[in-house]
Structures are given as C-alpha cells and as structure tokens.
Design a protein around this ligand. Structure first.
Ligand code: SAH
Length: 394
C-alpha cells in the first residue's frame, strides 16, 4: 500500500482522530496512488496513524477510513452502513424520510445517503467515496433493501476534488416522477433528480415540527421557503396566515402543491429576493407574529465569514423590525464557516440595531439522523435560535 508521510509534529490532529489530512502537512507520498486509492498515513517518525482515501487534487489530501491497519473493501463499507442504520433505528419514529449516512460523522467521509420512502439517494463528494461508488451502492442495496438507489453527486465541493458530477440511476427500478414522503402526518412531494441537496432539507425536520407547535393563530412569514417545509407545518399548526418568500419560482410551485396535498388553505407566495422583499415590507410597515429565516449557506468556509456575517445581520435586523411585540423569530445558519457563537453575536447585534428587546428561548440544530462525531466538530453546520421579542418592546 502507498504511504503518505506527514511533516514532523503534524500528526497531532490525527492522533485526536480528526479524519482530514491537509496538503500543507504532507512531507511525502510514496509511489503514485490514484485518486481515491487507499493509502496508509504515517507520522514523520514512521508510526502508523490511519488508512485513508487519497485525494491528490484537494486541499484535504486524505480522509481517514479507519484508525487501525485493515483492508478497505466491500465488507468494510457494509459494516459502516450497518452501524449507521443501527444508530438510527430507535431515533426516528415520525418520518419515512431520513438521512441514513452522514459522511464523516458516520465514519464514511464524502458519503451521504438519504431515504425517501423506497428510494435511497446517494451523494458522493470525495475522491475516496467516488472510487468506491459500486461497493457503496451494493452495501446500501444489501443492508437497506430499497426499490431504487439514485445518485445525486453534484455538490459544489466535488469540483475541489477534481471530480465530475454524476446524476442518475444506480440500482433498482427508475424512481417515480413524484416521490411523496410523510413527516409526522405532513405530506411532502420531493423532487429527487432536481431538488436541492438530495431533494429535501431533512436536517430541519425537528425544527419544522417545533414551529408547528408554536404557530397557532399567528401571522407567519417564511423566508427562503423552498418547497414549504416550514410553511406546511405552520399551516398544520393553525397559523392565521402564512406568507412565503423564495427567489425560485419552481420551488414556490412545489410549495403550493405541498400545501394543497395537505388540504390546507394556500399561503401567499412572493417570488423575489428576501433582502429586497423584507425592505419593502418594512417600508410598507407590514408586521408578523412569527418569522422564519432559513437562508442558504452564506459562508461555506471561514474565509467567507465576514461577508456572510453582514448578510445574516441584514436579514435578522429586518426581521426584528417586522416582528410584533411578543413575536417569535426562528433564525438559522447552515454555514460551516460561521460558528454557533458567532451566529448568536450577529443576531444579538441585529436586535440591538433594530431597537428591540429580545431573548433566546430555544437553541436548535439538525436532528439525530445528522449526528456530529465528537472528533469532527465541522459536522455541526446547522445552528438555529428561537428568539422572542419582549411583549413590551419599543
Ligand atoms: N426552509 C427550507 C429550505 C431553504 S433552502 C426548508 O425547510 O425546506 C434556501 C432557499 O433559499 C432556496 O429555496 C433558494 O431558492 C432560496 N434563496 C436563496 N437566496 C435567496 C434570496 N436572496 N432570496 C430569496 N430566496 C433565496
């Protein structure tokens, strides 16, 4: 097996079982391993540290498969997938849509598998995972026994690994044009071939249900509404009205279908840029009792944190201005480059500049099917706060 030898002193993070090797830490690589090939990682002293997948084009030049010397083969992947499923067996009673494998946090760097009823969607995003595509699909077929395995390997990060995107069938029968899932009594149509991520934001499941519990009789504004995850739950929860904003017409089209599928009164849909629409609403002195801000990733890495912070500040400030006294703000960041701590500071600054008195009443995160391995803090990307504007504010 080819070896990657680290520079002196650069073995510390691996010894703490962080699964990434950055290119700057590498002293030499023996032989000429191919993209995704399994290699051994050694300290400068010659000490064995891990077996990993080699990714020559990426800044993350190796991702660890295991910390003991072992063969990486079909059995290895079957074992890891079985372990990921066992973890979830007792955690997710309320939905037939769930994340089955959450990449590094499930010991499978670069591999995400999401289940939508009888369909499993596989998303590969690292050279190692792509090299093992067939073994991963076989293992999913054996362990999960879905009708269909569909591949959605088209995440932006693929380009950093020098890998071509791939979307298409992997195993089983072609998926139906419309995939419908049930989430705690709510029905959603999911667009597996074209939707965001693998089709749906599974990470917000618990937070959508929390919103359902708090929405009764409120006038709700759902910003970055996508296909209506929060909108549908607000309506099920008895919201007086829901206004949904998104820049994507097709997403709002599916939102309206999802509202109809659940036999709920339609939401007001606004196709536009949230930054502009909120300004206009402020100028029109519109107000709401509950606002959801679930924007896309403004900062994929810490390098984008400054610009992202300004964007978060802007929308949160506008939202605080639109909230009535006693109103609730569900505000999220899914940016890996913005920590929970920083996000809370940004939201605090927004409330201050908006001139409102507000409290955090709940901290939110992704659900149990998106675990965070303790040796991989990067796995905690979704941060949410529920803030309440004081009833006597202003
Ligand atoms: N809340 C959704 C997920 C939101 S994903 C759910 O729970 O399912 C982010 C959404 O923001 C996408 O639908 C995208 O179309 C939309 N979006 C991105 N930038 C936007 C902008 N500036 N204004 C309005 N919508 C935007």
């Amino acid at each position: 097996m080819h070896k990657l030898v680290l520079k002196p002193g650069r073995e510390k993070s691996l010894k703490r079982r962080h699964p990434w090797v950055f290119s700057g830490a590498v002293a030499k690589v023996t032989g000429k391993p191919e993209s995704g090939e399994t290699i051994e990682i050694h300290a400068s002293t010659g000490e064995f540290l891990a077996v990993a997948a080699y990714s020559p084009q990426s800044q993350i030049v190796a991702r660890v498969w295991d910390w003991v010397k072992r063969e990486i083969d079909a059995d290895f992947f079957r074992g890891r997938i079985e372990r990921a499923l066992a973890l979830r067996a007792h955690l997710l009673p309320t939905s037939d849509a769930a994340r089955l494998v959450h990449a590094e946090s499930d010991g499978l760097p670069g591999m995400v598998a999401d289940r939508y009823g009888g369909i499993v969607v596989l998303q590969l995003s690292s050279a190692g995972a792509v090299r093992w595509r067939d073994a991963l699909a076989d293992a999913l077929e054996t362990v999960v026994r879905p009708k269909t395995i569909f591949e959605r390997s088209d995440a932006d990060v693929l380009a950093l690994e020098g890998i071509e995107p791939r979307i298409g069938m992997l195993r089983g029968t072609a998926p139906p044009a419309q995939v419908t899932v049930d989430e705690a009594g709510a029905t959603f149509e999911v667009d597996v071939p074209h939707g965001h991520k693998t089709g749906f934001y599974l990470d917000q499941r618990g937070n959508r249900l929390r919103l359902r519990e708090l929405a009764a009789k409120r006038e709700v504004l759902d910003c970055f509404a996508y296909t209506g995850g929060f909108t549908v739950n607000a309506l099920i929860g008895g919201a007086a009205t829901v206004t949904a904003i998104d820049s994507s017409g097709p997403a709002l089209g599916l939102l309206a279908r999802n509202v109809a599928l659940n036999q709920l009164p339609q939401a007001e849909c606004i196709e536009g840029d949230v930054f502009q629409v909120l300004r206009k609403m402020r100028d029109q002195a519109r107000s709401f009792d509950l606002i959801v801000l679930d924007p896309p990733k403004f900062a994929p890495t810490a390098a984008h944190a400054d610009r992202a912070a300004r964007a978060y500040k802007d929308i949160n400030l506008l939202a605080f201005k639109l909230l009535r006294p006693g109103g609730l703000l569900f505000t999220f960041s899914c940016s890996g480059g913005v920590s929970r701590d920083l996000f809370q500071k940004i939201v605090a600054g927004s409330a201050l500049d908006a001139g409102v008195d507000a409290q955090i009443v709940e901290q939110l995160s992704a659900g149990a099917d998106h675990p965070v391995a303790l040796n991989f803090p990067e796995g905690e990307y979704l941060k949410g706060l529920v803030c309440r504007v004081a009833a006597d504010s202003r």
